[in-house]
Structure formats: structure tokens, C-alpha cells
Design a protein around this ligand. Structure first.
Ligand code: ADP
Ligand code: MG
Length: 253
């Protein structure tokens, strides 16, 4: 069985890309066939997994806008079982170019359905907005993972996100589910983090992953080396927790 998971939160800097890359790498190192789909024009997943954007032939833009077959855009990474469909800055124009297009919300879904059978997990790294690219991702997905940073304003904006999820469920993808809520960047030295955890658990209850991602400097260094934490420093705390998360995700298969 294969599952498409959108990693989404319209806030920037909450750990979407870090989670896409490192959960993807962890699932792959546990033997799962994983495709990362970068649908953020910033392309941080693309560069973070070691793809040189200048070498990219086809990116997600060509798939959504120009009907290029997704197979032609899939790139290898330095981890067996882990592939990526890259994003380049070209994608920045897609929000506007999609506006007058027929069936604009289902373009990604249609494309990914052509390669879904090749993978156990397809993880979509969403942009920090609730625009048409995120709606495409939610329409294509079986479920969503919502990363929440353990910060004071953690819950701010979440009702907008959940409202978008409900709208997509109503009009475009009736079977879309919440896969899980992931607490990220916990600073264990502060009480604030603990308060946020309690608040998020009150709100989302059993949807919150038991694995909580702490702040870990190795996690923030790895992308500048074009590597996931699994190859950059497999003995770090960051690698340990993302492997734990991967096992938790697999346990809900
Ligand atoms: P988003 O994709 O939601 O914008 P990122 O995953 O890019 O968020 O994370 C924002 C910044 O925080 C990045 O510089 C990233 O390296 C850093 N970061 C993310 N998670 C952690 C963590 N657990 N510990 C330390 N730094 C982190
Ligand atoms: Mg990102």
C-alpha cells in the first residue's frame, strides 16, 4: 500500500522541510521506497537533499504546468530508495499561471497517480502559504502531517489551516485525513516548550506524535552539506528522533 502525505503549515520556519527530508531519509533507510516532492518555490528540500538546481532537467513546475510525465522529473539521491522531484524558482510563477487553468486543483493529484505504485511513501513538502500549490498538495494527499514549532505563537494560524483542510475535504478530497501533528524544535531548557506541548495535545489529542523533535544543531547544519541527518550524522540526536518518528509513522500504516 502506498501513501501520499502532505507536510503542511502555512507558517514558515516550523520544520516542514527538515521533516520532509529527514523523515523521508529515515523511512528509506528502514527499507521503504520514498519519493520527496518539493512543491515550495524556495526549493529547500531539493538543495537540502543534495540536488544542484542548475542540473535539474524537469522540476515540479513542468509536471503541474506543462504536463511533463513525473517519471521524467524523478532524481536519485545519495540514499538508496529515496528519490526526489525537485522544485526550482520557476515554480514561483505557478500560483498565478494556474489561475485560469482547467482543473487547476487536481493537477498534482493526476500526475502523482502515475507514479504512486512505485513508492511506499510520497512526502510533499508544502510552501508556507495556503495558496493553490498547497491546495494541490492537499488534494493529492491521503493525509497531512502538521509540524508545529514549540513556540509561544504555536497555535496561531492553525484554525485557518484546519479550515483549508475542511474545505478540501468537502470539495476536492473527501478521504483526506490528519496523519499526525508533530511538535518540533523543542528547547527542553524552557518551561514554555512544555506548556506548548500541553496546549497542542489538548487541541489535537491522540493525533499528536509521541516523538517530539528537539532543537539539534546537527539538523540545522545538514542541509548546507546537501544531506539528510541520516547520512550527515547518523549518531546525532536529530537522526535518532527522526528514525523514531519514521517507526511511529510506519506503525500507523
Ligand atoms: P519550514 O520548511 O517550515 O520553513 P525548516 O524545516 O526549513 O522550516 O526549518 C526552519 C529552520 O530551522 C531551518 O534553518 C532549519 O535548519 C532549522 N531547524 C528545523 N528543525 C530544527 C531542529 N529540530 N533543530 C534545529 N534547527 C532546526
Ligand atoms: Mg520549507
Amino acid at each position: 500500500m502506498s501513501k501520499i502525505i502532505a507536510i503542511t503549515n502555512q507558517k514558515g520556519g516550523v520544520g516542514k522541510t527538515t521533516t520532509s527530508v529527514n523523515l523521508g531519509a529515515s523511512l528509506a533507510s528502514l527499507g521503504k521506497r520514498v519519493l520527496l516532492v518539493d512543491i515550495d518555490p524556495q526549493g529547500n528540500t531539493t538543495s537540502g537533499i543534495g540536488i544542484n538546481k542548475a542540473d535539474v532537467n524537469y522540476c515540479i513546475y513542468d509536471i503541474i504546468i506543462n504536463d511533463v510525465h513525473p517519471k521524467d522529473a524523478i532524481c536519485d539521491t545519495n540514499i538508496e530508495n529515496l528519490k526526489v522531484i525537485p522544485a526550482t524558482i520557476q515554480l514561483a510563477g505557478a500560483e498565478i499561471e494556474l489561475v485560469p487553468t482547467i482543473s487547476r486543483e487536481v493537477r498534482l493529484k493526476k500526475s502523482l497517480s502515475l507514479v504512486k505504485h512505485m513508492f511506499d511513501y510520497i512526502l510533499i513538502d508544502c510552501p508556507p502559504s495556503l495558496g493553490i500549490l498547497t491546495v494541490n498538495s492537499l488534494t493529492a494527499a491521503d493525509s497531512v502531517i502538521i509540524p508545529i514549532q514549540c513556540e509561544y505563537y504555536a497555535l496561531e494560524g492553525l484554525s485557518q489551516l484546519l479550515n483549508t483542510v475542511r474545505l478540501v475535504q468537502k470539495h476536492l478530497n473527501t478521504t483526506l485525513q490528519i496523519e499526525g501533528v508533530l511538535l518540533t524544535m523543542l528547547d527542553a531548557r524552557t518551561n514554555l516548550g512544555i506548556q506548548v506541548i500541553e496546549e497542542v495535545k489538548k487541541y489535537f489529542q491522540q493525533k499528536v506524535y509521541q516523538t517530539i523533535i528537539p532543537r539539534n544543531v546537527r539538523l540545522s547544519e545538514a542541509p548546507s552539506h546537501g544531506q539528510s541527518i541520516i547520512t550527515y550524522d547518523s549518531r546525532s540526536k536529530g537522526a535518532e528522533v527522526y528514525m523514531e518518528l519514521a517507526k511511529e509513522v510506519i506503525s500507523y500504516e
